[in-house]
Design a protein around this ligand. Sequence first.
Ligand code: ADP
Length: 270
Amino acid sequence: MAVNTLKTEEYFVQEEPFYHPVSDEVTVFEAAYRNHLPVLLKGPTGCGKTRFMEYMAWRLQRPLITVSCHDDLTATDLVGRYLIKGGETTWVDGPLARAVRAGAICYLDEIVEARKDTMVVIHPLADDRRVLPMEKRGELIAAEDAFCLTISYNPGYQSVLKDLKQSTRQRFVALEFDYPGSDTETGIVARESGVAPEVAARLVKFAGMTRNLKGSGLEEGASTRLLVHAGKLIVSGIDPVVACRTGIAQALTDDPEMIIAVNELSSSVF
Ligand code: ADP
């Protein structure tokens, strides 16, 4: 019976990703990694968590396997399943099993979106047992020394139904992410989009205004990611107010009144 294994070279981050540290997250992550401690990244969408993981994978020279969790994602999807190919039964490792065997960094993005049964496989990996139960094969696989489990979640979105349980969160070293300070964010937006620093600073100012509307009509303010999008549109010759409308306001909400309010904010900045 064949077992599919990972072509590790495909998962290595070849070039240094641009990541601007915001606090002590790089040194804390490295210390957690060296101590075999799993890491939880908390923070709003688009504030640099994925980029940070790419950077850490490059820095630690480990393959990075990222899974975007969704409400249909099951433990089987993570661990693996039997498939019948040309009359032969083949076991195909899921992404978590591949990472465990290869000593990769496994990043489970938005973990609370996944089905509850995924926790059954995450818990024994996230404490000092560091084993992955493969129920369908009746096996427990021990994680390679270099394996690292990282999960992310956005506390802002959580409802009582979709919160991270204490039994899960108390297994992880938690790093809090937020939008970078304005000077840092201006530098990031300028570098990532190619827009002039002066324009980037205005985008950041506008973002701050939308972030103040969080909870009073907006679920979230504009993320760094959206600022980069608007910046790219501006570099391609789109008028800044139009870039903010299409790249930011429309992405934030469908509420016609909020869109008008957000557009007024961008017109006041540009
Ligand atoms: P998240 O995973 O938190 O949703 P991402 O890591 O995808 O967010 O960040 C969105 C974009 O914002 C990145 O592609 C990058 O352009 C930019 N970005 C945010 N924070 C940083 C940072 N600290 N350094 C470099 N780029 C950043």
